[in-house]
Design a protein around this ligand. Structure first.
Ligand code: BTN
Length: 239
């Protein structure tokens, strides 16, 4: 694993997308700040100095067979590593966020490129974590929703330590041929038994999130008692 560090970059995911050919499998691009950090569904990801932003490139064909599990595996890796740094409750909000108590601590954006012959050329796992409160605070639209791991700025060596530990754990989980990580994902689900707003293709619906099933789908129930299993996709959830 090689970690390449930038002080500032537009987006670590973008950088890997543009330069994937020159890097080996499991290269990590990390940055102190992003000027155009991206989230899921075309949203931006606020990325000041007070967070950690990194992306991992996966090119190995065997690992790419698990592309649809990259987000789940990464969420479990982030959750498991960060737990040691706080007494506050961490949980995993299906499908790609880590929460600290009732606030978002981390977002994960997995992207890939499929060639014309349907081969996957790469997978990129992008992870952004709020470490401490930004100097000028969080922007208005996320200030009530964003949470941080620490109350104040930690020693600077911690950033690198956390990035390395998370990436190593992802690597290990990708190679482990057991599915224990699914149990961790399910047992630490934030959404279980919460009323949520489901936004699918612009349509909003109030439903109840029940649990995460063994295939990591979110099982929901609507007002009429009809259950449905949700699988990733262009779905956004508000609580
Ligand atoms: C989300 O919350 O929707 C996902 C956020 C993912 C943010 C990370 S930060 C590192 C990498 N670079 C980006 O531009 N995005 C991801």
């Amino acid at each position: 694993m090689k970690i390449i560090k930038f002080d500032e970059i537009d987006s670590t995911n973008n950088y890997l997308k543009e330069n994937f050919q020159q890097f080996d499998d499991f290269t990590v691009i990390a940055a102190d700040r992003q000027t155009r950090g991206r989230g899921r569904l075309g949203k931006s990801f606020f990325s000041p100095e007070s967070g950690i932003y990194f992306s991992l490139l996966i090119k190995d064909k065997e690992k790419l067979n698990y592309l649809d599990r990259f987000t789940i595996i990464s969420a479990v890796a982030v959750f498991s590593e960060l737990k040691a740094y706080t007494d506050k409750k961490l949980s995993i909000k299906w499908v790609n966020d880590i929460y600290i108590e009732n606030k978002k601590l981390c977002g994960i954006l997995t992207e890939s490129r499929i060639q014309k012959d349907n081969e996957i050329s790469y997978g990129i796992i992008g992870i952004g974590i709020n470490l401490y409160n930004p100097e000028d605070g969080f922007p208005e639209d996320i200030k009530d929703k964003a949470g941080c791991l620490f109350d104040k700025k930690p020693d600077s060596f911690l950033k690198e330590k956390i990035v390395k530990a998370i990436c190593e754990r992802i690597y290990m989980l990708l190679f482990k041929y057991n599915e224990e990580y699914i149990d961790i994902y399910r047992e630490n689900s934030y959404l279980d038994n919460k009323n949520i707003k489901l936004i699918e293709n612009g349509n909003e619906q109030d439903v109840r999130a029940l649990y995460i099933d063994k295939d990591c789908r979110l099982i929901i129930e609507n007002e009429k008692g009809v259950k449905k299993a949700l699988y990733f996709g262009d779905i956004s959830i508000e609580i």
